[in-house]
Ligand binder design. Sequence first.
Ligand code: FE
Length: 206
Amino acid sequence: MDMQALFKISHGVYITGAIDTAGRLIGSCVDSVMVTEVAPPQVLVSLSKESYTCQNVLKTHELTLSVLAQNVPNEVITRFGTMSSRTADKWVPDSYHLVSGLPVLNDSVATLFLTVLKAIETEHHHIFLCRVVQAQMGSNRTAVPLIYADYQQQKKENKMMEQTTNKKWVCTVCGYVYDGDVPFEDLPEDWVCPLCGEPKSVFVQE
Ligand code: FE
């Protein structure tokens, strides 16, 4: 089975908002959302069982979705997608507002407030069938919604850029790899290789 085939089925990227039993605002990054009905409006949201947000939505039966824009700062996805709400406060003051007590991102394309009608348990997820109770366009309503395939492409490009900028300076005489804190370009002209004593000019970028 070629798993690459599964990744060709693309979808949007969203931030869920919820509240835990202690009243803390929590949330996560999700990509498995699907509108199943429009009258009355219903959506499916799939959350990993290990996610703190999932475990709390099972108890509260309420959550929000913020639709991310294509130009969303990477930092937002990293914060919501890689940290756990168990320990991290992901909702940065002034970046969100509350809809019926649950957080949504100010800078989103659109927001939904959902109540859970049914939770379907799979091996690793709970799939929530939800009623859309409130739907609003966000302050970033004219932006193109972020698609997972575009996000993956962006990540790949960022990584390639990082690798290009992180090239190592290597001494062509002895093979010493410069690993100092000062950028190699900023070293003084009379700096010499600490291993063989040759000048800066014999170093090449690899
Ligand atoms: Fe050297």
